[in-house]
Design a protein around this ligand. Structure first.
Ligand SMILES: Cc1cc2nc3c(=O)[nH]c(=O)nc-3n(C[C@H](O)[C@H](O)[C@H](O)COP(=O)(O)OP(=O)(O)OC[C@H]3O[C@@H](n4cnc5c(N)ncnc54)[C@H](O)[C@@H]3O)c2cc1C
Length: 508
C-alpha cells in the first residue's frame, strides 16, 4: 500500500498546479493520470494576468511570458467589414504588472508545468487510473489500476479530483452538476494562415449567428480558430471537417488557410458542481465547473482553484490549522464559479443567438460600443479587469475581515509601483505577510518576528492613497496573496484575533 498526504487525480493544468503548489510547501503528493502522456492539442490558449501574478510564487511568470505571445490588437468584424479595433498590449496598464492577454497553447503550458514539477522531484504517474475510494475517519483509501492492469491501494489524507469535466470522483461522491448544454456545435482549429493584414492580430468576426475568433499564437502566421455552427452542418459532428465550416467563417476576413494542423469539434456545457468539498475530497477545475470558452476563463479558473486550495491543505496537513479552514475553499470558489458561468453564458448567448434582432445588435450596435470602449480608457480597463480575473474578490468569505477606505478583506491587493519600489515583489513567497504603507510601529514589527511573519513597510506616497490604501493601516495577506485582514489602526490584537477566530496557529 502506497501512502501519501494528498492524492491528486488528473494531470491537466489544474492537477499539475496543485501538485506544484503543495510540493513547494513541503506536502507529499502523488499525482496520477490514466492517459499515457500529456495532452498534445492546444485547447485553452489564454493565460490571464491574475494567473501570471500568482505564477511568480513558483518563479514561472517570466519564462512563460517569454515563451508565449502577447496579442497586440483585437479587430472586430461584422457584416463583412472591420468595424472596430482595440489596442491590447497595455490594456490593463495601471492594474497589473501584466497588462496584456498572453497566448500560450495548453499543450506547451502543461509540458512546462510537468518540467517544473520534475525539478521539484515529482513525476506524474501515467497510465494509472483512479477506480474508487472509501473515506475513513482520518484518511481515504483509493483503489487504483496501474499501467500493468494491476489493482493497487493508495492511502492518503486527502484526495483532489482534478479529473476533468466527466470527473469519476464527482460521480462517486454523488454531486450533481447542474447546468445545461448549448445547442450549437463548437469547432476549434489550429491553422497557418496568410493574407491576414497586419499579421499577428486577433480577429472576431460575426456572420449572422455564426461567429469566429481567430487568435494568433506566434505572430508568424499561426492562428487558433474557434467558431460555432448552428445549422445542419453541425448535425453530423463526427464527420465534420474544417472544409465544412472554415471557408464560410473566414470569408469575411479575406484570408487564405495554408494548412490545418488540428481540427476538433465539441459541445459546450455550462455547469457547476453541487459540492466543491465533501469530507476529505475536493473538486477542482473542470471537475467542478465547465463553461463556454468565451473570454478564455476555464483553465485559469482551475489553476486558481488549485492555488486557493493548496495553502489551506498545506496548513491543515502540517497541523497549523483546523480542518475548518478547508470549508472556505468551497465558499470562495463556488461563488466565483457561479458568477463566471453566468457571465460567460451572457457573452456566449449574445454571440450566438439566432434571429434578425440579434444580428442587428451584433452587426451595428456592438461595433459602436466596442469602438467607444476603445476610446474611453476606463471602459477598456474595466473589460480588462473582468477578463484578467483581477477583479475577483472573496468578500463573503469567513477568512475576510476589516476595511479601510477602498480596500477590504477578501480583495486582491492593489498593485502600486512607486518609482523603483514594487509592492508586488514580496508576493512571490507563499506564506502569510503583513504590508504597511507608512510606519508599522515597534509592536507590529515585534509581532512579525515572534510569529515569523514578514512585515513589509513601504514609505508612504500619494500613489498608495490614490489606489485606496490607507497610511499606517495593516494589511494581512494570505499565502495566496489575497487580503485577509485590514485594520486601519495597525493593531496586533486584531491580528491575534484573526488567527484565533480562523483556527490558524502560526507556531504549532
Ligand atoms: C477541444 C477543446 C478545446 C478547448 N478550448 C478551450 C479554449 O479555447 N479556452 C479555454 O479556456 N478552455 C478550452 N478548453 C477547456 C480546457 O482545456 C479545460 O478547461 C482545461 O483542460 C481544464 O483543466 P483540468 O486540469 O481541470 O482538466 P483536464 O485538462 O480535463 O484534465 C483532467 C485529467 O484527468 C485525467 N483523468 C480523468 N479521469 C481519470 C481517472 N479515473 N484516473 C486518472 N486520471 C483521470 C484525464 O486523463 C486528464 O488528463 C478546451 C477543451 C477542449 C477539449
Amino acid at each position: 500500500m502506497l501512502q501519501t498526504e494528498v492524492l491528486i487525480v488528473g494531470a491537466g493544468p489544474t492537477g499539475l498546479t496543485l501538485a506544484l503548489w503543495l510540493t513547494k510547501q513541503g506536502i507529499k503528493v502523488r499525482i496520477i493520470d490514466k492517459s499515457n502522456g500529456p495532452g498534445e492539442t492546444s485547447r485553452a490558449m489564454a493565460i490571464q494576468a491574475r494567473t501570471l501574478e500568482l505564477y511568480r510564487q513558483l518563479d514561472m511568470t517570466d519564462a512563460i511570458i517569454k515563451a508565449g505571445y502577447r496579442i497586440p490588437v483585437m479587430n472586430m468584424w461584422a457584416g463583412g467589414k472591420r468595424q472596430a479595433q482595440i489596442k491590447m498590449l497595455d490594456v490593463g496598464g495601471a492594474i497589473s504588472p501584466y497588462p496584456f492577454i498572453l497566448i500560450y497553447p495548453q499543450d506547451r503550458h502543461e509540458q512546462f508545468l510537468i518540467e517544473r514539477l520534475q525539478t521539484l522531484g515529482v513525476e506524474v504517474e501515467r497510465q494509472t487510473e483512479f477506480l474508487s475510494f472509501e473515506e475513513k475517519t482520518d484518511q481515504i483509501i483509493a483503489r487504483l489500476k496501474d499501467k500493468n492492469g494491476q489493482e493497487a491501494i493508495c492511502q492518503a489524507q486527502y484526495v483532489a479530483a482534478c479529473d476533468g469535466a466527466r470527473s469519476p470522483i464527482r460521480h462517486q461522491i454523488g454531486s450533481g452538476f447542474k447546468g445545461d448544454t448549448y445547442k450549437g456545435l463548437f469547432y476549434v482549429a489550429d491553422v497557418v494562415a496568410t493574407g491576414v493584414e497586419p499579421s499577428g492580430e486577433a480577429q472576431i468576426a460575426f456572420e449572422k449567428s455564426d461567429f469566429m475568433v481567430m487568435l494568433p499564437y506566434t505572430g508568424t502566421g499561426n492562428y487558433r480558430l474557434v467558431g460555432i455552427v448552428h445549422d445542419e452542418r453541425g448535425e453530423n459532428s463526427e464527420r465534420l471537417t474544417f472544409e465544412d465550416v472554415g471557408p464560410k467563417a473566414i470569408q469575411a476576413l479575406n484570408v487564405t488557410i495554408e494548412k490545418v494542423n488540428w481540427f476538433s469539434t465539441y459541445k459546450v456545457h455550462h455547469r457547476v458542481t453541487d459540492y466543491f468539498r465533501q469530507g476529505r475530497t475536493f473538486l477542482l477545475g473542470d471537475a467542478a465547473h465547465v463553461h463556454s470558452p468565451a473570454g478564455g476563463q476555464g483553465m485559469n479558473t482551475g489553476i486558481q482553484d488549485a492555488i486557493n486550495l493548496a495553502w489551506k491543505l498545506a496548513a491543515v496537513v502540517k497541523g497549523q490549522a483546523s480542518d475548518h479552514l478547508l470549508d472556505s475553499y468551497e465558499i470562495e470558489r463556488k461563488q466565483f464559479a457561479h458568477k463566471l458561468v453566468e457571465t460567460t453564458d451572457r457573452v456566449f448567448t449574445f454571440a450566438t443567438t439566432e434571429g434578425s434582432f440579434a444580428d442587428f445588435l451584433r452587426n451595428y450596435i456592438a461595433p459602436i460600443f466596442v469602438g467607444l470602449a476603445n476610446r474611453l480608457g476606463n471602459v477598456r480597463e474595466y473589460m480588462f479587469r473582468i477578463v484578467s480575473q483581477t477583479m475577483l474578490s472573496y468578500h463573503e468569505s469567513p477568512l475576510s475581515s476589516g476595511k479601510a477606505d477602498a480596500v477590504q478583506g477578501g480583495d486582491r491587493l492593489p498593485w502600486v509601483p512607486v518609482q523603483k519600489v514594487d509592492n508586488y515583489d514580496p508576493l512571490s513567497i507563499i506564506g502569510w505577510q503583513v504590508h504597511v504603507y507608512g510606519d508599522p510601529g515597534v509592536e507590529l514589527k515585534a509581532w512579525g518576528e515572534r510569529n515569523r511573519v514578514p512585515v513589509y513597510s513601504f514609505i508612504w506616497h500619494a500613489e498608495y492613497g490614490k489606489a485606496g490604501l490607507v497610511k499606517d493601516a495593516l494589511y494581512l495577506l494570505r499565502p495566496d496573496t489575497y487580503v485577509a485582514l485590514v485594520d486601519p489602526e495597525g493593531s496586533v490584537v486584531k491580528l491575534n484575533d484573526y488567527f484565533d477566530t480562523n483556527g490558524i496557529n502560526l507556531n504549532p
